[in-house]
Design a protein around this ligand. Structure first.
Ligand code: PLP
Length: 430
């Protein structure tokens, strides 16, 4: 029978792979060839020298990103993960400190404090926007709290007004993980500049990418200076640069190469067009799904512009259909994307596991040894710690990437048909 669900052996709604989401093209190729022809693939020196701040491409890329977002400083690094670690160092996080983090994000957002011996303290998220919840943050603040590491999850800025007020009241820094939100806004302000330091990711899965890479924004001169030192073997140059606060002035090598910087520069020129395409895709999908009561599309906070890294929807559990059974059945009806075939169908029951349930937290072992910063945590890293996150993850959230710019209206129609087919056949789900 034509309507038999694919999980029960019926025909899929669609077999042909969805079109590849590729953001790089002729411009990036030309930019890379220029770097190749120059013979200089990286031009940093880890010593007091005019090349301490990197080569021509890195500097040009930074200038363009700073200009695009109206930031006083942009710093290129080799990943967002490196950028978050450098940010912890720059704001002076030390062993014994606590940094409040969200329980729901890519794991890098929560582990950054551990590299400086500080303890991540998990806050729960808002039930409808999935960003870190100001009330949960307030309840987690102690005399040891040094900073709040917020995430613009799925591309939606965090609650800027409330979290800034908390930070001000308690003298805390805000570090913003804007990996999923380039071009997102709160009021007139861009994501990436909503805290003291903001960090974008340029990895292959993000809106725009350079293979790997990260761009940090800040309007604070001192933080920008400390970030530039930590990026490039700080210990070698403190004497010559007159740095007197030596805390965290042991550096890393978080440098971006000239090739990645040239690509990052070209990619930035495409951001606005790619964002517009995502907004168009979201509008089309949401129009098509308007009558589908089982699924609520993402709520956008008042005053915010959402960048839609993913389209995170809420399943209506009141209608008596199990989310996991539904998602599994829809997945069976659809193909994956070209070039990402092995990543599977880009539709998920939940997002990533609540971070505190990962073995390093559950077992309280990060760097190991007697002084492991997880040993002294007052939090219990187990089920029950963040009830909203757990309900979203295990029961209610449905994430998908069928809003990437490569999707045509006809492609989205197939996705909608798959949702409808499974809904119509819901009595046949387990
Ligand atoms: C992708 C991502 C990261 C990690 O970025 P990298 O550049 O791969 O280090 C961190 N946080 C969030 C929210 C992300 O989506």
């Amino acid at each position: 029978m034509r309507n038999t669900l694919a999980i029960h052996g019926g025909p899929k709604v669609r077999e042909t792979l969805f079109p590849a989401h590729v953001t790089v093209g002729a411009e990036e190729k030309a930019a890379v060839m220029k770097v190749m022809d120059s013979g200089i693939l990286s031009n940093y020196l880890g010593a007091y020298h005019e090349n301490f701040m990197g080569g021509a491409q890195v500097r040009e890329c930074e200038a363009r990103w700073a200009e695009r977002f109206g930031a006083k400083h942009a710093l290129a690094m080799n990943s967002n993960t490196s950028g978050l670690i450098a940010a912890m160092g720059a704001i002076g996080v030390v062993p014994g400190d606590e940094v409040i983090v969200t329980a729901y994000s890519m794991s890098a957002s929560a582990v950054a404090p551990l590299f400086y011996g500080a303890t991540p303290i998990f806050a729960d998220v808002e039930p409808e926007t999935f960003c870190i919840d100001p009330e949960s943050i307030a309840a987690a603040i102690t005399p040891r709290t040094k900073a709040i590491l917020v995430v613009d999850l799925f591309g939606l800025p965090f609650d800027v007004q409330k979290i800034r007020a908390l930070a001000k009241k308690h003298g805390l820094k805000i570090i913003e993980d804007a990996a999923q939100a380039p071009g997102a806004m709160m009021g007139q302000e861009y994501a990436g500049l909503l805290g003291d330091i903001g960090v974008f990711s340029l990895n292959y899965h993000k809106h725009i990418h350079s293979g790997e890479g990260g761009i940090l924004l800040t309007n604070d001169d001192d933080l920008a200076h400390r970030l530039s030192l930590i990026r490039n073997h700080a210990e070698n140059v403190t004497a010559q640069t007159g740095v007197t606060n030596l805390t965290n002035m042991i550096g890393h090598n978080f440098r971006m190469t000239e090739i990645e910087a040239a690509i990052a520069d070209s990619q930035l020129q495409k951001l606005d067009g790619l964002l517009q395409a995502r907004w168009d895709r979201v509008a089309y999908f949401e129009k098509k799904m308007a009558g589908f009561d089982a699924l609520a599309v993402p709520k956008v906070r008042g005053g915010a512009v959402h960048a839609y890294y993913q389209h995170a929807c809420l399943w209506n559990t009141q209608l008596g259909v199990d989310r996991n059974a539904f998602v599994n059945a829809v997945r069976a009806e659809l193909p994956s994307f070209e070039l990402r075939e092995k990543e599977g169908v880009k539709l998920g029951a939940g997002y990533v596991k609540p971070i505190y349930l990962l073995p390093v937290f559950a077992n309280r072992v990060s760097i190991g040894g007697q002084y492991d910063p997880l040993k002294s945590s007052w939090q219990n890293y187990s089920r029950g710690l963040c009830p909203v996150v757990e309900d979203l993850h295990f029961n209610r959230l449905i994430t998908h990437e069928f809003i990437v710019p490569s999707m045509t209206d006809a492609d989205i129609d197939d996705v909608v048909h798959a949702f409808e087919k499974v809904w119509d056949q819901r009595t046949h789900l387990a």
